[in-house]
Design a protein around this ligand. Structure first.
Ligand code: NAP
Length: 635
């Protein structure tokens, strides 16, 4: 306790002050702290920790907090009665710095979870449901974040399940991507399962090993490993209409095939795991070492090597600054520059003091997460939504989009001072929001400015045994080529066949244009569910974990619907599915990423945006609370 009291001063110096203020209301019961004087005012480019307060206000707030927390710690640990709902509502507006629209309040209350109750916890508590759960078995394909989440929810519902994964361990993306510098681009205190908070994140944006450990620990804590078959691939899933069961052929680690049966199948294989090796003439003729960023060759020592990097997306953006100091020479081939979103704390540690606040100050971690959640909710969506009346150049889709563009170019200009040529090369000529921007704390441009790094914007024409040839005829001789060229994202569920009603195969039905109802269900495929399926990727708002939590709740509710009605299968009505997709397509066409001048992995070969959710988080949350029985053919 004495140590804790000593810690208060140091910790308060580093506190997120608006979150601290919310804690103070819980500790003191004094809602008059929601005063004009203490109202935060956030600056787009600032981190928000200081709430835009003057030094005098910061001092006052810290002094109040010191007194209140010291008293609380010296006392019996009993807090005053919790704030009433109207006060909590005012607290939300206060910490958000804007009036939170009423329609967001139920979602935000669920996220805030002040009472610590997991509101997405399935409840299969009647005898009928219990009996149905006991007779149901679900097969989950994929042991990454979404697969583990699905397993936990099924377990909580009392439903038997088995998880199949091709890899030797759990973790999916966070197992496979081991390239130097790999880390999440969502704040860690948000990028975690809502019911599995972690107050020990060592950094604000966790690195791959830390995230892998988090998901491994989650799997352990929930006892999931005994339900897993690792090093096992799914060959095909086939619906047996007579038995109303899925028969799933797997290839075991010993090479033998086995057929498993299940009442339902959940594909949780992700969107970004089939490496894209660009179709460049002569690619296979290269005599040196070549590999994709998602299949990083840890055994290849890059020290002193001449390295070519093809691609400047999120992955290259992370590994180039890491390897630049050790290589002799590096040529980075950029086809399209990424937008850089200023994030000064991107590589920063969460200090011991900050962790102390999260662990010891009542409700601080709740409001801190709430603040992160709100900041990433839907605010930026308006800025990347096209204005049909906008008359400006095609580098923006609206006036506000154009203004934001100028702000970001201004931030890039500061970093490229004295090198206008570099600024011109790295300035995107497509609208902000066309692709997911990357989090910038200066290391990317610093790497590009190193004397041993050369940014090449000439198009690649071919690869030779010696290196990479560009359109100007230059042959860039290298020892190693690293492809940071992304993934075959729109090729959903490509690694196995899925045969639904009447034997129809999913990819044949999709014809290269994957679609699903709410990203999860497909006509003719009864009890077949997809997590992180078509049109459920997000670009500027929220975290994919939030989306997965919504999807998985819906899937469990769909199974519950069957259990309640005593039916066996459901699949979406074709008309419902089609109408939904029409709405999605129309909305996507109006977004920056849907603009005709933008090329990205969000669009499939037909040009349709098959990856992204064009609406708001609140819309997905509302749409996935519970399936509407009228949307389905239920048998
Ligand atoms: P990516 O964003 O798709 O970037 C691929 C890069 O390769 C682009 O610069 C692309 O240029 C280039 N490229 C592709 N084919 C090419 C060709 N034939 N010739 C020249 N250049 C070519 O892939 P990624 O960087 O692996 O990231 C994929 C997604 O994974 C991200 O959008 C993000 O959602 C996720 N991710 C997240 C993180 C994170 O959380 N921090 C890290 C890595 C990945 P064009 O743009 O011109 O196509």
């Amino acid at each position: 306790m004495a140590r804790d009291v000593q810690m208060i001063d140091q910790a308060l110096a580093e506190a997120h002050l608006p979150a601290l203020l919310m804690s103070l209301i819980h500790i003191t019961g004094d809602a008059s702290l929601l005063s004009d004087e203490l109202k935060p005012a956030y600056d787009f480019f600032a981190e928000g920790r200081l709430g835009g307060y003057s030094q005098a206000t910061q001092d006052k707030l810290r002094a109040m907090a010191k007194a209140a927390i010291s008293d609380y710690m010296a006392g019996d640990g009993v807090l005053p009665p919790p704030p009433d709902p109207a006060t909590i509502r005012r607290m939300m507006d206060f910490i958000a710095g804007v009036e939170v629209p009423e329609r967001y309040v139920p979602l935000l209350m669920e996220e805030l979870s002040l009472d610590g109750v997991d509101q997405k916890l399935p409840s299969w508590d009647t005898p009928q449901l219990k009996s149905a759960a006991a007779k149901t078995k679900v097969l989950i394909i994929g042991a990454g974040m979404s697969g583990l989440l699905t397993a936990i929810r099924l377990q909580q519902a009392g439903i038997a399940f088995e998880i199949i994964d091709k890899n030797a361990d759990v973790g999916g993306t966070w197992l496979e991507n081991t390239y130097p510098g790999c880390r999440v681009d969502n704040p860690s205190h948000l990028y975690s399962l809502s019911f599995e908070p972690n107050h020990e994140w060592p950094q604000h944006f966790s690195t791959q090993p830390v995230l892998l450990k988090y998901f491994q620990d989650v799997a352990e804590r929930h006892g999931l490993r005994r339900h897993m078959r690792l090093n096992t691939t799914v060959k095909e899933a086939r619906f047996d209409e007579a038995a109303k069961l899925w028969r799933v052929t797997i290839r075991r680690p010993d090479g033998a095939e086995e057929v498993l049966t299940a009442n339902a199948v959940v594909s949780a294989v992700g969107q970004l795991n089939q490496p894209n090796l660009p179709n460049i003439e002569g690619r296979d003729s290269f005599a040196g070492v070549a590999f994709h960023s998602a299949q990083w060759r840890g055994d290849v020592d890059l020290t002193g090597k001449r390295v070519a990097v093809i691609g400047t997306g999120a992955s290259a953006f992370q590994f180039v600054p890491e390897i630049a100091p050790k290589v002799a020479d590096m040529v980075v081939f950029q086809r399209t520059p990424p937008w850089l979103g200023p994030t000064p704390n991107y590589h920063d540690d969460v200090t011991e003091r900050e962790r102390w606040l999260l662990q010891h100050v009542p409700y601080y971690e709740k409001w801190y997460r709430f603040w992160l959640f709100w900041m990433m909710t839907d605010g930026l969506l308006d800025a990347i939504t096209g204005d049909p009346d906008y008359q400006g150049p095609p580098t923006a889709v609206s006036q506000v989009n154009a203004e934001l563009r100028e702000m970001l170019i201004g931030a890039m200009a500061l970093q490229t001072e004295g090198d206008p040529e570099l600024l011109a090369k790295i300035t995107p000529q497509y609208p902000l929001g066309g692709k997911r921007s990357v989090r910038d704390n200066g290391v990317w441009i610093a790497a590009l400015r190193r004397p041993n790094v050369h940014l090449i914007t000439e198009a690649i024409t071919r690869i030779t045994p010696k290196g990479v040839v560009t359109a100007d005829g230059t042959e860039h001789e290298v020892d190693v080529i690293i492809y940071g060229a992304g993934f075959k994202a729109s090729d959903f569920l490509r690694t196995f066949e899925v045969h639904g009603r009447d034997g129809v195969e999913l990819h044949d039905q999709w014809k290269g244009d994957a679609r699903a109802y709410l990203g999860m269900t497909v006509p003719n495929f009864p009890n077949f569910f997809v997590v992180y399926g078509p049109n459920t990727n997000i670009v500027v708002n929220g975290s994919i974990i939030f989306f997965s939590e919504c999807s998985v709740r819906y899937i469990i509710e769909a199974l519950k619907l069957l259990a309640e009605t005593g039916k066996s299968t459901l699949e979406p009505k074709q008309a419902v599915h089609d109408a939904f997709n029409e709405k999605v397509d129309a909305a996507n066409r109006g977004m920056a990423w849907g603009a005709p001048q933008v090329n990205s992995w969000y669009k499939n070969a037909t040009g349709r945006v098959s990856q992204n959710w064009p609406f708001r988080l609140i819309d997905y949350w509302n749409a996935t609370l519970k399936p509407n029985p009228d949307d389905f053919v239920i048998r």
